[in-house]
Write a protein that binds this ligand. Structure first.
Ligand SMILES: CC(C)=CCC/C(C)=C/CC/C(C)=C/COP(=O)(O)OP(=O)(O)O
Length: 270
């Protein structure tokens, strides 16, 4: 059981599910709908995480990659595939139970993420599933509100930008190891320096869209958050020339600002 838990990419699964549940609450979904939204997002994320480890198992074993349960032998590849398919099978009705449009949008995001796992991860298009998947998540929450309102442009755009930033940040620490095993996604083609320099751009752009996108002035908190994000990103870019970890840490800090802004703007996403 711990092997299965470890191979679902538990960190992102918990973080994305918690964030979307919080967004559902602030956006004004009913308690029952919030539970349904959380369950749909959880099963979608689990299916993508398990599919990723199951599909990569042979390569990870050949590379003797540490920290992967299928490589350590704490879970079998067949079990991980079974879990991925079971989670996906649950995700379909749970998503559609939030409404036809909401379900279709969420399942499009999940399908894009499976395409990442099965094919696009090792291509120049590796950023596309992240953009589509992360844009779909707030759209799913908005369309799950009473009356199925269309999401605001700025929340979908910010989601896509956060997704691109998440992709660059996820790959940055692994670029050199991945290149040794033949994976050549978009960040690998940019190289470690190119990825490090580009990383803050979509994240600060997301801050700007979240602060300035909604109608009316950004307010004191919005303006302060945007200023903090810009300063932290600049510091990360300068310090990152010497310490790559500083670039990564500053990107995480800007992403935290983005999440706070997203929740602050939660009531107006539709
Ligand atoms: C709506 C929705 C489902 C959105 C998610 C979007 C998306 C593309 C997620 C991918 C998550 C994932 C398993 C990354 C692992 O990447 P990796 O294989 O580079 O990392 P690893 O080698 O460390 O496992």
């Amino acid at each position: 059981m711990s092997g299965l838990a470890g191979s679902c990419h538990p960190g992102p699964v918990v973080a994305v599910t918690a964030l979307m549940t919080a967004l559902a609450v602030t956006a004004g979904q009913s308690a029952a709908r919030c539970v349904l939204t959380a369950a749909a997002v959880l099963t979608g994320q689990l299916s993508v995480g398990w599919c990723n480890d199951a599909f990569d198992a042979r390569r990870d074993m050949a590379a003797g990659r540490r920290g992967k349960p299928v490589v350590d032998g704490t879970v079998g590849v067949t079990e991980v595939w079974g879990a991925a398919c079971a989670a996906l099978a649950l995700c379909v009705p749970l998503s559609l139970a939030c409404g036809l449009w909401a379900g279709a949008v969420h399942l499009t995001g999940v399908a894009a993420a499976w395409a990442y796992d099965l094919r696009l991860k090792a291509t120049a298009w590796s950023w596309v599933p992240y953009a589509v998947g992360f844009a779909a998540l707030p759209a799913f929450v908005a369309l799950g509100l009473p009356g199925q309102p269309w999401p605001a442009w700025w929340v979908v755009t910010a989601g896509a930008l956060l997704g691109v930033g998440a992709h660059l940040g996820d790959v940055l620490p692994d670029i050199r190891g991945d290149l040794a095993t033949g994976v050549r996604g978009w960040p690998h083609r940019l190289g470690p320096d190119g990825t490090r320099l580009l990383l803050p751009v979509p994240l600060v752009a997301a801050s700007a869209v979240l602060a300035l996108g909604p109608a009316g002035p950004p307010g004191r908190w919005g303006a302060a958050a945007l200023a903090v994000a810009a300063v932290v990103a600049l510091a990360g870019t300068l310090l990152g020339r010497r310490w790559e970890r500083a670039a990564f840490a500053s990107a995480v800090a800007v992403a935290v600002v983005d999440v706070a802004l997203l929740l602050l703007r939660g009531t107006g996403i539709a």
